[in-house]
Design a protein around this ligand. Structure first.
Ligand SMILES: [Mn+2]
Length: 447
């Protein structure tokens, strides 16, 4: 569904030497759906929903989100109910059997395959002259991710380590090895707010070195897994907060302190993908719908593109406010925004356009100190779409008076075209189903 959007992102970064691709998985909860459960599945402790894994391109210099490069939506399978009168021994036996079955499943069928799948899929669509560096959190610390680097030409990673891995030909494990290194760098970094900590400037001490991770037995035949480790720990954290402690593993050569600093900065950009998932849920309200799973997966394609566009807009206002407004809004959106602005400045910049959208969403301009937030931008965006629809309806009305026909519509834009597309997909579905019905008897007679 979002393939055209991913291709457009890839085209936009084709000239870049390096692009970051930040990845993360999010649960979409549809627990309120009592019927139409088919196609949804459990998540965490039961529940009913979908899983969404996103790979978001981010510019390495300023952390500007650029668009999605890959996305996957899936659902877990409901487990069969355990037999009612089960003895503890039978239960143990059943669980051991399930564990063994999941161990023996090929990697491609496991959920963790998504991290490697993202690396492969992105390398396929990004230009061969661009190096893509994936940024993963601790969930992405799986040996297959590092192993995959041996098979891809233009792909690198920055992964936060989760396991205190053994090292090849070294009695120390990863953490011990890094703690034994001297401090190479002390510096300060701005950290965004997360659920575990407040937004603050952290003072970090950084150690780094080259390590060779021991291969798990399932990868015994593969090339050595050689990566650089960058270990940053916070000194004097804010009161009542745990100090930041990041063990980052990267394919990129960390031979200077500047590079170590760059790797740490890149890791902070991983937060963009979390923000994107947040917009998808709180802004476009992706969990509010009550559709059958197939329809929901299709609709998600639209919501995702809208959400990522909003994220891009929010950051463009901060990273390149002076670019022309035409870069972020369509001609029709521009017309509506100009009509809604009392004093139109010249030239029209990104900063003006984003503020104009935010103002529609209730942004108070006299409070200049507060940066434009995602919430207010989302509200403004929704209102802008409504205004555009009105604008289009009005222009169509005059058109109809002249020609007496509805069929030739003028000025189709986003909100209207989304509806048309959904209808088109439904029609296409019917058509394909019909084709199947007609085609099957023919093919059986032919055989
Ligand atoms: Mn995660």
């Amino acid at each position: 569904m979002i393939t055209p959007h991913c291709r457009a992102t890839a085209r936009a970064i084709a000239e870049e030497e390096i692009t970051l691709c930040v990845g993360d998985t999010s649960f979409l909860d549809y627990g309120g759906i009592k019927k139409k459960r088919q196609g949804y599945g459990p998540q965490g402790n039961g529940g009913n929903g979908l899983l969404l894994h996103s790979a978001l391109a981010v510019d390495p210099a300023q952390g500007q989100p650029l668009g999605l490069l890959w996305q996957k939506v899936w659902n877990r399978q409901h487990r069969p109910q355990p037999p009612k009168k089960e003895t503890p021994r039978q239960k143990k036996k059943r669980q051991a059997k399930a564990r063994k079955a999941s161990r023996n499943r090929p990697f491609e069928q496991k959920e963790s395959y998504r991290w490697v799948e993202a690396m492969q899929a992105v390398e396929k669509i990004v230009s061969p002259s661009t190096r893509t560096i994936h940024v993963f959190d601790r969930e992405g610390d799986i040996a297959e991710v590092f192993e995959q680097l041996n098979h891809l030409r233009n792909t690198g990673v920055v992964v936060r380590a989760s396991h205190n891995r053994r090292l090849e030909q070294d009695p120390n494990r990863l953490w011990e090895k890094l703690e034994a290194q001297r401090v190479q760098l002390e510096y300060e970094i701005d950290l965004p707010k997360t659920k575990d900590r407040s937004a603050h400037t952290a003072k970090l001490v950084v150690r780094c070195c080259l390590v060779q991770l021991q291969r798990p037995t399932r990868l015994a035949d593969s090339h050595p897994l050689q990566v650089y480790a960058v270990y940053a720990t916070e000194v004097d954290p804010p009161e009542d907060e745990d100090p930041v402690s990041w063990m980052l593993l990267t394919s990129e050569a960390v031979t200077t302190v500047e590079m170590a600093q760059t790797i740490l900065r890149w890791y902070t950009y991983r937060w963009r993908v979390e923000e994107y998932h947040k917009i998808l849920k709180s802004g476009t309200q992706a969990e509010r719908y009550r559709l059958a799973a197939e329809g929901m997966k299709t609709l998600l394609g639209f919501l995702c593109v809208t959400a990522v566009e909003l994220l891009r807009l929010t950051y463009l206002e901060r990273t390149s406010p002076q670019r022309p407004a035409q870069d972020v809004v369509t001609p029709l959106q521009l017309k509506v925004l100009i009509s809604k602005t009392p004093k139109v400045p010249k030239p029209l910049t990104v900063s003006w356009a984003v503020k104009a959208v935010a103002r529609l969403g209730g942004y108070l301009e006299h409070r200049r100190n507060t940066p434009i937030g995602i919430q207010v931008l989302w509200k403004g965006w929704a209102k802008l779409n409504l205004l555009m629809e009105g604008w289009q309806l009005a222009t169509q009305e005059t058109y109809r008076e002249k020609s007496g026909s509805y069929t030739q519509k003028v000025g189709l834009d986003q909100s209207v075209s989304i509806k048309v597309l959904i209808q088109f997909r439904a029609a296409l579905g019917c058509f394909l189903a019909l084709c199947k019905v007609i085609y099957q008897p023919i093919s059986t007679t032919l055989l």
